[in-house]
Design a binder for this molecule. Structure first.
Ligand SMILES: Cc1cc2nc3c(=O)[nH]c(=O)nc-3n(C[C@H](O)[C@H](O)[C@H](O)COP(=O)(O)OP(=O)(O)OC[C@H]3O[C@@H](n4cnc5c(N)ncnc54)[C@H](O)[C@@H]3O)c2cc1C
Length: 440
């Protein structure tokens, strides 16, 4: 799909915490200063045309770009956000710009839209900006392989093979190949081409060119459980900065909600139907909170199912495998319940029916919440880390040990930023384009 996930995502513009990027620089790249937050901030700003609620604040220029190709604005329709923010004030939390100096704030949500339309990367960087004549897009082309030649004793990526409308074609690169197939697509293509952990590729492919993706440290993704926008730090946060994100959803309970939620996040509709019954049959107003473990300590794995490029890879996300992730969310859960139940502005009660599967536990006890977190978690689609900086690609985004091949997409993030991932992905793309130009 043109625009990739930005053509289907929830459009939230959230960069993550400054310290997330500083850790890329120090922990993942051995102290390379070009990947710390201060060095990356110009790349966040470059593509941004910021028209959010803080646009008139002179201090916002330090953190926000103006005149970039992608509109970022606080959207008008956020029903219930005023009570959410008033409750935060009652509790002594700070209201502010989560993409600014301090992430640990409550706020309205900024989106990537333009005149009410979704502003995907396809619209922002291609369709609405004059369709650059030196770019050729082959729609419906499915890349199946990257091929290599040995040049001066080192593998060099030389061509890409793709299938399109029943035909197989190979294109040869004159300079280099840029892989941007996303966290699952890029790692899958590398492995299909023989780049990956030798012990795995030995099982599924004819030959392994390079061994890089280390098992146990592959795909990393946030999971979340049902609970404006806020960021918290839990007691198990390491290092010591915000590791939780909270997003309020104000939608009512209505008869089709179980089916709609099933389509959105995959929770079984029959379980939701049992839990909501009978309230969703009476069109009752409700507030939902999404609690996201933004810096999970659990890591998943991704392997090839076979050498057939049409087969999906095997994903083993290992959500909540590290007990600290549950404890972080337990802390967040209790904070949210306290905010909703113990403020005049919200004056709301936790949905009184126990979550199916947790009925035997004392309602609102820590063990009850832990059960809810384990029973009701799902992915929020922020998968990263399959081709991570430091392990698979170097600080130039070049695949280690191979010439002529870079990866530029969410897969290179070595750890999740505490936030949604499109802003950081586009920042990486802006940085990547400068790295390419510098090598020309
Ligand atoms: C439902 C959903 C909601 C989300 N909500 C938000 C949000 O509100 N805010 C936010 O910041 N982030 C959100 N995200 C995450 C964010 O959109 C992604 O992290 C980001 O877009 C990743 O960009 P990418 O370029 O790495 O990969 P992708 O966007 O996945 O793009 C990869 C592209 O490569 C193509 N591709 C893959 N394999 C091949 C192949 N073999 N041949 C040819 N093409 C191939 C794919 O079709 C796709 O078009 C959401 C994601 C999803 C799925």
């Amino acid at each position: 799909m043109l625009g990739g996930s930005t053509s289907t995502n929830f459009m939230m513009y959230v960069r993550g915490n400054k310290e997330d990027f500083n850790r890329w620089s120090t922990e993942d790249l051995g102290g390379d200063p070009q990947w710390n937050y201060d060095s990356l901030l110009p790349y966040f700003k470059k593509s941004e045309d910021y028209n959010g609620v803080y646009a008139s604040d002179p201090a916002s220029a330090e953190y926000h770009g103006k005149g970039g190709l992608r509109n970022v604005a606080t959207y008008d329709f956020q029903p219930g956000v005023d009570e959410f923010l008033a409750a935060a004030v009652e509790k002594g939390y700070t209201i502010g710009d989560y993409n600014g100096a301090n992430q640990e704030v409550f706020s309205k949500i900024d989106l990537t839209t333009q005149n009410g339309w979704r502003e995907s990367t396809y619209r922002a960087f291609y369709r609405d900006t004059g369709k650059p004549s030196n770019l050729c897009i082959k729609k419906y082309a499915h890349v199946t392989k990257i091929s290599f030649k040995t040049v001066s004793g080192q593998p060099k990526a030389t061509s890409v093979t793709y299938k399109r409308q029943g035909l197989t074609r190979t294109v040869t690169a004159t300079k280099e190949i840029i892989l941007s197939a996303g966290t699952f697509g890029s790692a899958k293509l590398l492995m299909l081409s023989g780049v990956g952990p030798a012990e795995h590729l030995g099982d599924v492919t004819a030959q392994a060119a390079v061994s890089y993706l280390s098992t146990g440290n592959g795909v990393l993704a946030a999971s979340d459980a049902l609970a404006g926008q806020a960021f918290f730090k839990s007691p198990v946060a390491e290092p010591d900065y915000a590791d939780l994100q909270v997003i309020q959803f104000s939608f009512g309970l209505y008869p089709q909600l179980p089916q709609d939620m099933n389509r959105m996040v995959g929770i079984r509709a029959d379980i939701l139907d049992k839990w909501f019954d009978p309230y969703h049959k009476t069109n009752t107003d409700a507030r939902f909170c999404l609690l996201i473990a933004g810096r999970p300590k659990s890591f998943g794995n991704m392997t090839l199912a076979s050498t057939n490029p049409d087969d999906n890879p095997i994903q083993d996300p290992q959500y909540l495998a590290n007990p600290d992730d549950v404890e972080a969310m337990l802390f967040g859960f209790k904070k949210i319940v306290d905010l909703y139940e113990n403020t005049a502005a919200l004056n709301t009660t936790l949905f009184l029916k126990p979550v199916p599967g947790c009925e035997s536990l004392v309602f609102k006890s820590d063990d009850y919440y832990r059960c809810v977190i384990r029973m009701f978690s799902f992915t929020i689609y922020h998968h990263v880390g399959s081709c991570s900086l430091g392990k698979v690609v170097d600080s130039q985004l070049k695949v280690k040990g191979i010439d002529g091949l870079r990866v530029i997409d969410a897969s290179v993030m070595p750890r999740l930023p505490n936030g949604n991932t499109q802003a950081a992905t586009i920042m990486i793309a802006e940085k990547g384009s400068d790295l390419i130009i510098a090598n020309m």
